[in-house]
Write a protein that binds this ligand. Structure first.
Ligand code: NAD
Length: 460
């Protein structure tokens, strides 16, 4: 395993890097394909490579993994005959590589991201961006020193047309005052321990299940939905409370197998998230899906939304709040509301599928196009068909990363988004362990000594 500690010496090196900013691998033309290497070709890395195969503006020049089987699998998946590396530092030394994609376990995100930025590479790192408070501070400092390099985090909901449409609805007040977001990512069964006779391999293979390598359910699942809340509410949290338990699965893991978190935002908005390993029922979408989704709740309406997966595409359904019931007063007059009365609000609401722009009828549409669009919309309203995202958001996030490497624009899922998300994950785990309200502002003191100097991260 590589050295993952941020030592005093590397901290000094980081500071030095501020003076001598790394030489960015310059892209010669606006249309040039970005040459990239991928570090970590396990489950997620290979999934990304499968998607990267269909993306034209990036070319895979190198693959790297410490596990030979996973390395070979990544190599076979992309099919561009990339050079294979066991040590990621050898890949970073390649001058013909402009960008790197990092899909290593969480506890290996920071050292590889740090080294990639110091080597002048544009960097895409999977979520959750960093693992420890010390890494939040160190990466923030480094990213500002390397501000000409792209640093993107793998929070793909930010790249979904559905989620972007809902964000617009929230911002334009279509849902009224959005006060709560409920989310779940429940599974049955939860993650399983994969046995391996070699203890080191066993640990690496099951890194998610050990606290010294993983942020558990908060980092692996909640991080995506907490980011949705940050985005929709337009703010970082104020504080976090939660309950976590290691109650049902005893196979050597030491992470919680069920957690519930409530996050309060500065304008009194709340995020309520549940992550359990004993039941996968999802009450949204007429229970046609399982496991995960978010319910965005405003005074004028709600949206049920899920990003789906490769077999179940993203879906978003909008419900209007029922009209306030009218009651007849003793004098025969009608008034809108009666204080103290118990009223049954209007019956169940029918959801409206959120349309994609491809379903919007425009003035330049041909007769056939218009008829097709009307036909599709009719099918949606009857529940016979559902609108689909034009493209998988994973494809969009990767293509967008390469575009940003060329045009220098700040990614939607940028370093601030990623660090805020990681901070909430870290604080949520603290809230489960310490059973207290943990303030977002506490991060400023965490990972620093009493004089406010950054302290050195301790890893397994
Ligand atoms: N955005 C998403 O929706 C999403 C989905 C799944 C996973 N992920 C994230 O992707 C990351 C990887 O998850 P995974 O499920 O692929 O885990 P995994 O264990 O399947 O794969 C990780 C790979 O990294 C390799 N690795 C470890 N240390 C390395 C090093 N120093 N150099 C090179 N390779 C190294 C391992 O050998 C392994 O092949 C995690 O951070 C996870 O949270 C994101």
């Amino acid at each position: 395993m590589p050295d993952q500690t941020l030592t005093r010496r590397s901290a000094v090196k980081l500071a030095g890097a501020a003076l001598a900013a790394p030489a960015i691998q310059s892209l010669k033309g606006a249309n040039q394909t970005v040459s990239f290497g991928i570090i970590g070709t396990g489950s997620r890395g290979s999934y990304l490579l499968k998607h990267l195969k269909g993306i034209d503006n990036g070319h895979c020049t190198a693959v790297c993994d410490i596990n030979p089987d996973n390395l070979q699998h990544g190599y076979d998946t992309i099919g561009t005959n990339p050079t294979k590396y066991k040590d990621y530092r050898d890949l970073l030394n390649r001058k013909d590589i402009d960008a790197v994609i990092i899909a290593t376990p969480l506890f290996v995100h920071f050292p590889v991201t740090r080294d990639a930025l110091l080597a002048g590479k544009h960097t895409f790192c999977e979520k959750s961006l960093v693992f420890k408070p010390e890494e939040v501070h160190a990466l923030r400092a480094l990213a500002s020193q390397c501000s000409n390099q792209i640093l993107q985090v793998g929070l793909q909901r930010r790249y979904s047309v559905f989620y972007q449409t809902v964000k617009e609805m929230v911002d334009k007040g279509v849902l009224g005052n959005v006060t709560h977001i409920q989310a779940q990512w429940n599974r049955n069964p939860g993650w399983k321990m994969k046995p391996n006779p070699d203890p080191a391999k066993q640990k690496m293979q099951n890194w998610r299940l050990y606290r010294d390598c993983s942020g558990g359910l908060a980092a692996e699942l909640a991080s995506h939905q907490v980011d949705v809340a940050d985005w929709m509410f337009g703010s970082v949290p104020e504080y976090v409370v939660g309950v976590g338990g290691h109650d049902y699965i005893f196979d050597g893991r030491d992470i919680n197998d069920n957690v519930q978190v409530i996050i309060k935002y500065p304008k009194n908005q709340k995020f309520i998230g549940t992550y359990i390993s004993t039941n996968s029922h999802l009450a949204m979408f007429n229970s046609t899906r399982t496991e995960f989704g978010e319910l965005i709740m405003g005074t004028e309406g709600s949206v049920e939304i899920t990003i789906g997966d490769d077999t179940h595409p993203a879906l978003a359904v909008w419900f209007r709040e029922p009209a306030q019931p009218h009651v007849t007063t003793a004098g025969g007059g009608e008034k809108k509301w009666q204080a103290g009365a118990t009223m049954v609000a209007a019956g169940s609401q029918k959801g409206f599928p959120i349309m994609m722009y491809r379903d919007e009828v425009g003035p330049n549409d041909s007769f056939v196009d218009r008829e097709m669009k009307f036909g599709r919309r009719w099918l949606y309203t009857k529940g016979i068909a559902t609108p689909e995202e034009p493209r998988n958001p994973v494809d969009i996030e990767l293509e967008s990363f390469f575009n940003n490497c060329r045009d220098g624009q700040r990614p939607k899922a940028n370093v601030d988004v990623g660090l805020a998300d990681s901070t909430t994950v870290i604080l949520s785990n603290l809230a489960f362990d310490e059973g207290r309200r943990v303030y977002f502002s506490e991060m400023e003191k965490m990972g620093r000594d009493e004089k406010g100097n950054d302290s050195k991260p301790k890893h397994a």
